[in-house]
Write a new protein. Structure first.
Length: 437
């Protein structure tokens, strides 16, 4: 199996990340433990920036914070020159507290609240990606009240379907996101009329974990047609074209995503061609990878507990986490690979099913995986869990959320403290009539 980034099996037959044995990390920081490979995060950022020719002024790469956002992560993506895509007041707050420049933030969302819009305007968030007419009106009013003209992109539902799980498709017609294509011209006209709004361009997002470039090319071409229509109709120039995120990664050997280089080369060629065809100046291309930056750069280490065989021959290996720290298998039937960190060089000898400790039959992390002989106390590492694990984690069953460590060149830094039982009670209150007598 191919190991991403700095993961490798060392001469002692042990799995290591960033030059440190994972069993040592588990001993120091406990389990379950989110592990983040700083070198690979940076490498992924660089690959996207290179592929999309950011330095040459063709594009801007925005990291989609929903995949995994902490203050340390904000620092890393900022130092690599990326902008940031955020979708909530909480993400804006995280970025600002981390010192991320507000001007490089794009604020998305289909239901930005009044408070969130105010927070973003006050913080000086650079662009709003406007989802609907109501938002356009509210944003105009709140910007104008502050004497501002806010740069906006209009989010369009292109009506193009990409093959991925139904729950993570967003570009199809009838989606809850964006202006339907048929209303796009009206939206641009309204954006032109409104005082607090400055039209900058168009946005769309097809879905996530997408493996084919073709839907993106179709979308690009459709949005350039729209840009031409907008120019003809309103005189507004589309300076930015944002194709969203969704670039797939390799969770299992069957997944064969295009490389960042191929995405970049193909889409920039398409952009050039479409600009020429439509006789429009070439807009700045924006892309918003989340998963492709952080997914393969994160892994989760668990300790094996109960092992049992049930009639029918299935062998369950239970670990000390599960759907509370990674909901993706339960929610999307997502598939993962795993390695026993302390037996990484041993050949597989048995098929087991990895389950979590939550009170839910669906709490299965990996169904049928071949592993070396598993024993209680082994450290099992589920690979490529960097995206949408911590960011979707919960305290289901009152499980404290795991710690996260950033590993690089033989050093490990805690970037997420492990929650403890006290943290679980932090928000609890007892009304007077329930006071102990
Ligand atoms: N831009 C927009 C507007 C988005 O809605 C998303 C993801 C992204 C960028 C980043 O997409 P990525 O490059 O990470 O695929 N929880 C699901 C994924 C939901 C994605 C939602 N939007 C999962 O765990 O698969």
């Amino acid at each position: 199996m191919e190991l991403p980034g700095t993961l490798r099996i060392n001469e002692r037959g042990q799995l290591e990340l960033g030059g440190i044995e994972v069993t040592a990390l588990a001993a120091v920081f406990g389990t379950p433990l989110y592990l983040y490979d700083e070198a690979l995060i940076r490498d992924n950022c660089r690959k996207f920036c290179q592929a999309f020719r950011v330095k040459e002024g063709w594009s801007q790469v925005l990291y989609a914070g929903k995949a995994f956002l902490t203050t340390a992560m904000c620092r890393i993506v900022h130092s690599e020159g990326l902008g940031l895509d955020v979708v909530s007041g909480g993400e804006i707050y995280t970025a600002i507290e981390a010192g991320f420049p507000a001007s490089k933030i794009y604020f998305h969302g289909n239901n930005k609240t009044y408070e969130e819009i105010c927070l973003a305007l006050e913080a000086g968030v650079g662009h709003f990606v406007v989802d609907n007419f109501m938002e356009l009106e509210t944003l105009s009013r709140l910007s104008a009240e502050r004497g501002k003209k806010t740069p906006v992109l209009l989010r369009i539902t292109p009506g193009i379907e990409a093959h991925t799980h139904r729950y993570i498709q967003t570009g199809q017609e009838g989606s809850k996101f964006g202006f339907p294509l048929a209303q796009a011209l009206a939206a641009a006209r309204r954006a032109k009329e409104l005082p607090g709004i400055e039209y900058r361009g168009l946005h769309c997002h097809l879905g996530s974990q997408i493996m084919e470039i073709n839907p993106y090319q179709q979308t690009l071409s459709l949005l350039m047609d729209l840009a031409r229509a907008i120019k003809g109709n309103t005189g507004l120039v589309t300076q930015q074209l944002n194709l969203g995120g969704g670039f797939g990664i390799r969770y299992t050997p069957e997944d064969r995503p295009p490389s960042p280089a191929l995405w970049g080369e193909t889409l920039l060629a398409c952009l050039e061609e479409e600009s020429r065809k439509n006789k429009l100046p070439r807009p700045l291309l924006l892309v918003e990878p989340g998963r492709a930056i952080i997914g393969p750069a994160g892994h989760t280490a668990y300790r094996v507990g109960t092992i049992k065989e049930v009639p029918g021959g299935r062998k369950y290996v239970a670990v000390d986490g599960g759907m509370a720290d990674n909901i993706r298998p339960a929610l999307y039937q997502a598939k993962y690979m795993a390695v026993l960190a302390n037996k990484a060089a041993l050949p597989p000898s048995e098929e087991v099913t990895i389950v979590g400790k939550c009170c839910e039959t669906g709490d299965v992390l990996i169904e049928n995986i071949a592993l070396p002989p598993v024993e209680p106390g082994d450290i099992l590492v589920v690979l490529n869990t960097g995206a949408y694990s911590y960011s979707m984690a919960s305290n289901y069953n009152r499980l404290p959320r795991p710690a996260g460590v950033l590993v690089n060149q033989g050093r490990a830094f805690l970037i997420l403290k492990r929650e403890d039982y006290k943290d679980l009670l932090r928000q609890d209150l007892i009304p007077p009539h329930l006071a102990l007598k």
